[in-house]
Design a protein around this ligand. Structure first.
Ligand code: GAP
Length: 481
């Protein structure tokens, strides 16, 4: 990452905090690593992204229905899905102290010491190398990196290390009140399995005919190993997933269909095409026969935001074997029973949030009419997703202007989210709305009392024009609904 991009990323993170989008979790206790809370504007933006996805994936489709499955699931679910055996991260033990470390934690602690000693470049290089080796799962080279850098155990102070081994990424907890008697269960690491185990319930109760899809949004949990990039990689995050069940042999056609449909969804938000690309998986998971990532150019580089996976019939077959319950479908068109094949679309809600924020953030220089310049920070969030759609601003706090403004507020607030503000100069109020991405501001002034006209100001162009007061609701609704 160049210094310019690094600075931009840091500026976005600071802005997100300063303007109530994202806070570190439990900040007053110095935070919890890779866990974040969403503030007043952040929670609105997040909800709007979720709603936009939900509407386009259920309401606008003929053959997709939604569910809301529990986070806790029967532990055998994760045996069947392969997560118990295959979902893991590297650990290393010190032979003298017997203390076990996560490899990334050990190296990060060493990098922090280097940084404290004024060796930031060395620390950054070490972390970059670590990330590369972790991504390649090259554990031999990772151990060498630890040894070459003479990274020692905090307890024994020696560099006497075991080989690196994997540890599971799932968080576990106990079901029941007495820990000794209780079963270990997992916090789901993906929402998809809640869909698979409900396949027949949904198919039968909603009378779905193949091909059809089941959509779900919800929390997922992973004890992530590399979790340093703000909300890009979190330990508690939210997914928006859809499993599309189809006839065996048709899955690759549906895969192509969903690949294109999902890319179009991103572009439908007016996001720049040139910042998107597909990245085909070369090394496929054992259950997949095709997989692609939709990548976006974040300030931290091109990164995955969504995955489209042709998962064959692996999951349903495996749940069938582990549960002993039949998960077949009778296809009346071809008179055959079969276990359906599945194409999955899976997008991280928090990652989409970060994408919107990174794309929206702009530091702009304004050339004023008197020849001087000014600057502003503006979030060019797509109007459909913006936390507030309309700011209603009486020019003064007197002369009947607030009354007119509040009448407009009452007319609009049931249809879309409004913000009402009387304090400060109008210029300051516009800047605050720019900084939280409000697409429209309307100012009520003394002239409004005479002619029932108001000034509407557009966030992106800063253009202002007079429009009839009774047209405000319609103009805003056309852009935001
Ligand atoms: N059911 C398939 C599945 O979970 P994945 O590629 O592991 O596939 C899908 O995750 C999406 O979930 C990713 O493209 C990403 O947007 C999001 N995601 C995964 N891990 C994440 C994390 N630790 N923090 C934030 N988002 C994450």
């Amino acid at each position: 990452m160049s210094i310019q991009q690094e600075n931009r990323f840091q500026a976005i993170i600071s802005h997100a905090k300063e303007y109530g989008f994202v806070f570190q979790s439990s900040e007053i206790y110095d935070g919890l690593s890779a866990v974040y809370d969403y503030g007043p504007y952040g929670s609105e933006l997040k909800k709007n992204i979720r709603d936009y996805w939900w509407k386009s994936m259920t309401q606008m489709q003929d053959n997709i229905v939604g569910i809301d499955a529990a986070i806790f699931m029967h532990p055998t679910t994760w045996k069947a899905s392969g997560h118990v055996d295959n979902f893991s991260d590297p650990m290393i033990d010190n032979k003298d102290s017997q203390k076990r470390y996560r490899v990334d934690h050990l190296i990060e602690a060493h990098a922090a010491k280097l940084e404290d000693a004024g060796k930031k470049t060395e620390a950054d290089a070490l972390l970059e190398k670590m990330d590369q080796l972790l991504a390649k799962e090259d554990f031999v080279a990772l151990k060498q990196l630890i040894e070459e850098n003479k990274i020692s155990c905090a307890v024994s102070s020696t560099c006497n290390w075991t080989d690196i081994r994997q540890f599971n990424l799932m968080f576990s907890t106990q079901l029941g009140s007495v820990a000794e008697d209780a079963d270990t269960i997992y916090l789901r690491p993906e929402t998809a399995q809640g869909i698979f185990v409900n396949f027949l319930n949904v198919q039968k109760t909603a009378r779905m005919k193949i091909p059809f899809g089941i959509a779900q949004t919800g929390k997922a949990f992973r004890n992530e190993i590399v979790a340093r990039q703000f909300i890009f990689r979190m330990r508690e995050f939210e997914q928006m997933e859809m499993q599309f069940f189809c006839r065996p042999g048709t899955e690759l056609e549906w895969y192509e269909y969903w690949k294109e449909t999902r890319m179009n969804w991103h572009l439908s938000l007016g996001l720049p095409k040139e910042k998107y690309r597909f990245h085909d998986h070369v090394k496929l998971a054992h259950y997949a026969n095709a997989a692609v990532d939709i990548e976006f150019e974040f300030p931290i580089g091109f990164k995955e935001v969504e995955g489209i996976h042709s998962r064959t019939n692996f999951d349903l077959k495996s749940h069938q074997e582990h549960s002993g319950k039949k998960l077949t479908y009778f296809d009346t068109e071809i008179n055959k029973h079969y276990v359906p094949y599945v194409v999955e679309t899976s997008i991280g809600l928090d990652r989409m949030f970060l994408l919107i924020l990174c794309n929206a953030y702009d530091e702009e220089t304004i050339n004023k009419e008197d020849g001087t310049t000014d600057s502003r920070v503006v979030l060019r969030i797509p109007a459909k997703l913006a936390p507030n759609k309309l700011a209603i601003l009486p020019l003064l706090k007197k002369d009947g202007l607030p009354e007119i403004a509040k009448e407009l507020l009452n007319e609009c607030r049931g249809n879309f989210k409004c913000y009402y503000e009387e304090k400060d100069t109008i210029g300051k109020r516009y800047r605050r709305q720019d900084a939280i991405g409000t697409p429209f501001c309307v100012t009520i002034d003394h002239q409004t009392k005479e002619d029932q006209m108001v000034t509407i100001r557009y966030r992106d162009s800063m253009k202002q024009e007079r429009i009839p007061l009774n047209k405000v609701k319609e103009i805003v609704m056309n852009e935001v609904i």
